[in-house]
Ligand binder design. Structure first.
Ligand SMILES: C[S@@+](CC[C@H](N)C(=O)[O-])C[C@H]1O[C@@H](n2cnc3c(N)ncnc32)[C@H](O)[C@@H]1O
Length: 207
């Protein structure tokens, strides 16, 4: 498990972003809306059909995924959780309505049909890859335990150009995570590494 000090450093990092840039992609440390939406487009593939579903969003920021989902689905319930109190307060301030709930937490707080996590694994600050990898695993277990049908997450890729890589970021080996998900969670796993960002998305379907 990751310790409280690290979680509070991660929280401070993102709190400073939302304080500086407000409810915009930069406020959650993305470059722009195009990349943010492209990530959601991958994660959304975990959702099957158009009927009512429930979804958890770990590391929800100001709730941009909710904004994205209402453009594509009519009937769903959404629970966002975020380690940063400032993020949650901004998300609540967006007044998304009854369907969207937000809570400050580094864990998921309910079982839903699906769970997703976008950008949660990227900024490791000064943690070693080994320590961060253990944290990623504990979060994946949480996603799995909180999802009835499936879950999806993204990570920066170890296939990034070396000259662009930064020490405070975590670059995951997609093959290792694919293997881990197959062996630990389900036989039905998709790996997507074809959407022109320096990252990949994995979808785990339970059936
Ligand atoms: C890169 S931002 C992405 C926000 C949102 N998912 C989006 O795509 O717009 C990552 C978010 O995850 C939150 N976060 C980071 N680590 C977390 C953790 N362990 N538990 C919950 N939230 C976390 C941060 O506070 C931040 O709001």
């Amino acid at each position: 498990m990751i310790d409280d000090d690290l979680l509070s450093s991660v929280s401070s990092y993102y709190t400073s972003k939302i304080t500086q840039y407000g409810c915009t992609p930069k406020g959650v440390d993305w470059n722009g809306i195009k990349g943010q939406d492209l990530r959601f487009e991958q994660l959304k593939k975990v959702i099957q059909g158009k009927d009512f579903f429930s979804i958890n969003d770990l590391g929800c920021g100001y709730g941009a995924l909710f904004q994205y989902l209402i453009k594509h689905y009519e009937d769903f319930s959404y629970q966002g959780t975020d380690v940063s109190a400032a993020m949650v307060s901004e998300a609540i301030g967006m007044n998304y309505g009854e369907r969207a709930k937000f809570k400050k937490s580094s864990n998921l707080v309910r079982i839903a049909d699906y769970s997703v996590a976008s950008g949660v694994f990227n900024v490791k600050l000064d943690q070693s890859n080994e320590t961060w990898g253990k944290f990623v695993l504990s979060v994946l277990d949480d996603l799995n335990n909180s999802s009835r049908i499936g879950f999806a997450f993204n990570c920066l890729t170890s296939y990034s150009d070396i000259e662009r890589m930064k020490d405070n970021l975590y670059y995951a080996n997609c093959l290792e995570y694919f293997d881990l998900c197959k062996k630990r969670y389900s036989r039905n796993v998709s790996l997507m590494h074809d959407y022109d960002l320096y990252e990949f998305t994995i979808i785990v379907r339970k059936f």
